[in-house]
Ligand binder design. Sequence first.
Ligand code: FUB
Length: 315
Amino acid sequence: MKPNLSRIFFLLLPACLTTASLANPVFLGADPHVTVFDGKYWGYPTHTTDAKAQFHAFDFMAYSSKDLVHWEEHGPILKIEDISWIKDDGAPDHWLWAPGITEKDGKYYFYYSVGPQNPAPSRIGVAVADSPAGQFKDSGKPLLTGGNGFEAIDPMVFQDKDGTAYFYAGGSSGAKLRVWKLKPNLIELGEEIKVDTPPEFTEGAFMHEIDGTYYLSYSHGGWNLPNYSVHYAISKSPTGPWEYKGAILNSDGTHKGPGHHSFFKNPSTGQWYIAYHYWPSTKPEGPLEGIRQTAIQPVTFEKDGTIKKVIPNDE
Ligand code: FUB
């Protein structure tokens, strides 16, 4: 029997992620972790609805897309009032930001920073769901608490090919990176791996691996200054030693303060992308006024494995 090619194409379509012409910003909010689950792109930013409250968010939303252009909003996927331990530090006010997510055996593990950062130490929590759209249920206790010059912020989980899950966190005024193995349940820390903090590290660590090269990328500079940028170092292991490779993404004078990013791949085409936030420069009060918003751009890896510089743009 002659195969019906148009029907085969139609059946394959849901499994293939397409990427129409990108148009930035893709959604509002900062610190975006964009990844792929179940044949869709999923984005998890610090939730931002207005400029004044953008560092004091009280919930998280998720965004899903088949083409990186049309995004559906889901949520809130987690609300501050559903985190039972949040008031245990005695601080009067709390807020949530900078999430990271991973999947294991059909469950989704969502990690997030909990403020204040000072004088009470910053903390990181973890919540679990059966779907990338939530509803996420907090684990019942903080996963990590900062202190002694270390800020427990900006969580990132990387699952290596051997199944080991590594947890990266830290930055801001401490500007220190720390790494742990997670226990197999992904909601408790295992052994800490001593790592060097790489050159120019400020915060927002992200780990991805390609053909045995581990890319540790991170934000550098003041989160509200034009020097905010993304740098990277490589290694043959997810815990270093790191070989510093320089900046991948800087402000271009128009797109200010690009940083706190994630890398992800279109599984159908193999094309890699970077998601990051930037400040619009359209407000008369100054270039850094406004709301941080998320952009996505393709990334090119050179033959030697280095990353070609990304020039921020609105496409
Ligand atoms: O969104 C709050 C903070 O700004 C994050 O912790 C940093 O990485 C920076 O993006």
